[in-house]
Design a binder for this molecule. Structure first.
Ligand SMILES: Nc1ncnc2c1ncn2[C@@H]1O[C@H](COP(=O)(O)OP(=O)(O)OP(=O)(O)O)[C@@H](O)[C@H]1O
Ligand SMILES: [Mg+2]
Ligand SMILES: [Zn+2]
Length: 589
């Protein structure tokens, strides 16, 4: 018995190369334009097909060649049976010349091409030059082609295919019609692969096909190659788990460990994940790439919904992603994605990829703890509640539709809003720093003499309670001490106690009158020798104040006290620091 001759195996991408416009996935804008051009007999002499690898450039160029040279043509539906059609499909047509510019990029090859163009087609209507990887052609070689492309013989058509259209010189590009091929839609690709699987007798589940589609990142050829590989590895039954293992893809299950750690703000779990990855021989680069893809998908789900066509995922995965995305806010996911992309970039150059990965993941965990200014402000609007219910401001954000139960653990320390004074700040307040930046006048800070100096001043009976009272009593004390210039100056200043420190803000012109000695003297006279204080000179306008005649009204005091003790004011100062300069009772205006 003679052995059956074995048919040479053809890879799926080639076996199922589209032979007509209808078979080309997506690229509708290109198909329509070319069809119309054929119908109207407006065939250009130069075309540039650009776009991502494996999206149908060479395929479309060949289809166009068949359309133009079919015996029935020019037609947008070539007959498939004439010699031209058959030869072009087989790649053996004498009048369709495919040139690989990657290996024929020099001036000599282009001169040869130029010569070739001059001769009429051997048999067919057009002589079609399909130049693949056209961006590789050298500049001189392009120049040699210029004239030919500008004024070609009537039978010549050039189709330059490239993944990098910006490398085609403008002189050439302006003589051609340019078509950009887009990445192919994942769902359409999945449908196409399902058809191929049926024809090949392969039983593949939805999720497996989604994984394969995703691995190609928009390139049909890459996905079909992955499908080939999967069939070679798993036989006639493709399931998601084995396909993932084969392609090194991480499933939602694996990735959801990251999102769980993020929502739990669990740094230890993150470190555990990296450790496991390392032990299984996984690559940090690959992991971070998959992580970016996962976070991007969560963000898309959050913004566009689980049915978005921007996602390449099976229905079950979509439902799962929706559930996970529900536990995060849009800003959180955006931030995480940004971090993961930075991480991916950094890992490309890292000498310590493991540490980098750990660092990147921990940064993400920490980033989760941040609350935005808007959130902080939004939470002020609410009535103060018992501390236990106030828990994390991150959680009670109705505006950001965060279901609190979905995100159980991000519980920053419970803040109680008892009116305790915030901890004393060291260094100038942000307001002083800002003022300094603008006026160039540093805050003059005087420490009171030891030993009481560092002791925080608790409001005592002796210490004035508000700006007016401070100024009045300082004025009186200065007058009694015979410091008349200082007494005049103090009337035009402001005073406030921030974190136990008395801050006197005065116009620059009083720098000499309100020196350390003068203020210290006055404080001693007031019975407050240990009071910490500083005088800030800036461009402020002098306050127009009359010399004190009477004690401050009891009512003002109370208002200030109440305002400062208000939980929301407390919370604001805790978050942002700063000083409360004046308190106005709006009800009394
Ligand atoms: N839009 C598409 N529709 C259907 N199949 C496609 C499409 N794009 C690519 N393919 C498949 O991928 C294979 C390679 O396509 P093609 O050679 O046209 O890609 P290309 O854009 O020229 O890529 P490259 O830039 O790498 O040369 C084809 O044989 C075909 O099976
Ligand atoms: Mg190509
Ligand atoms: Zn034909």
């Amino acid at each position: 018995m003679t052995p059956e001759p074995t048919k040479p195996y053809q890879v799926i991408a080639r076996k199922y190369r589209p032979q007509a416009f209808d078979d080309v996935l997506n690229q509708e804008h290109i198909k329509t334009t070319l069809r119309n051009a054929i119908e109207q007999r407006r065939i250009a002499h130069g075309y540039i097909f650009s776009g991502q690898r494996g999206t149908g450039k060479t395929t479309t160029a060949r289809i166009l060649a068949r359309c133009l040279n079919c015996v029935q043509g020019p037609t947008d539906a070539p007959c498939d049976v004439c010699a031209s059609c058959l030869e072009i499909t087989a790649g053996g047509s004498p009048d369709v010349i495919e040139i690989d510019a990657a290996s024929n990029r020099g001036i000599n090859e282009m001169r040869e091409l130029r010569e070739n163009v001059r001769y009429q087609p051997a048999r067919d209507r057009y002589k079609i030059f399909i130049v693949d990887e056209a961006h590789q052609i050298t500049n001189e070689a392009f120049n040699a082609l210029l004239k030919t492309i500008e004024e070609p013989p009537e039978w010549a058509v050039f189709i330059l295919c490239t993944t990098e259209s910006h490398k085609i010189p403008a002189t050439i590009a302006s003589r051609c019609q340019h078509f950009s091929f887009r990445s192919v839609d994942a769902n359409d690709l999945i449908t196409r692969m399902r058809e191929i699987c049926v024809k090949e007798g392969v039983d593949a589940d939805d999720e497996a096909l989604a994984v394969i589609a995703q691995s190609g990142e928009g390139s049909v050829r890459d996905s079909l190659s992955a499908l080939d590989q999967a069939i070679a590895c798993c036989g006639n039954r493709l399931d998601a788990a084995s396909v993932r293992t084969l392609l090194g893809a991480f499933g939602i299950d694996a990735m959801s460990q990251v999102s769980t750690a993020l929502s739990a703000q669990d740094g230890a779990a993150m470190l555990g994940l990296v450790d496991e990855l390392e032990r299984n021989g996984g690559s940090p680069q690959h992991f971070s790439r998959e992580l970016s893809r996962y976070l991007r998908n969560l963000l898309v789900t959050k913004i566009a919904g689980k049915d978005s066509r921007l996602l390449a995922a099976s229905p079950a995965e979509r439902i799962e992603m929706e559930r996970i995305a529900g536990g995060f806010g849009e800003e959180d996911l955006t931030r995480y994605l940004q971090f993961s992309l930075d991480l991916f970039r950094d890992l490309q150059f890292s000498l310590q990829p493991r540490f980098h990965l750990e660092l990147g993941l921990l940064k993400m965990v920490q980033a989760g703890k941040m609350i935005s200014v808007e959130e902080a402000l939004a939470s002020f609007g609410k009535n103060p509640q018992p501390a236990a219910q106030q828990a994390a401001p991150v959680m009670d954000r109705p505006a950001l539709d965060r279901p609190p139960l979905e995100r159980p653990i991000p519980t920053p320390p419970v803040r109680t809003f008892t009116p305790t004074p915030p901890p004393a700040r060291t260094g100038p307040s942000p307001f002083d720093a800002d003022r300094f930046k603008k006026t160039g006048t540093p805050a003059t800070s005087y420490s009171a003499p030891a030993p009481q100096a560092a002791a925080p001043v608790t409001p005592s009976a002796a210490a004035p309670a508000n700006d007016t009272e401070w100024i009045n009593r300082l004025h009186t004390a200065m007058t009694e001490a015979g410091l008349t210039f200082s007494a005049d100056a103090i009337l035009q200043a402001n005073a406030a106690v921030v974190n136990g420190e008395l801050i006197i803000t005065a116009p620059k012109s009083f720098q000499l009158d309100l020196g350390r000695e003068e203020v210290l003297n006055a404080l001693k006279k007031m019975g407050l020798p240990g009071q910490r204080f500083k005088v800030v000179f800036g461009d402020t306008k002098p306050v127009q104040r009359a010399a004190p005649v009477a004690a401050v009204s009891q009512k003002d005091d109370e208002t200030t006290e109440r305002a400062l003790a208000h939980p929301e004011v407390q919370k604001f100062r805790e978050l942002f620091g700063g000083e409360v300069r004046t308190v106005r009772n709006l009800k009394e205006q």
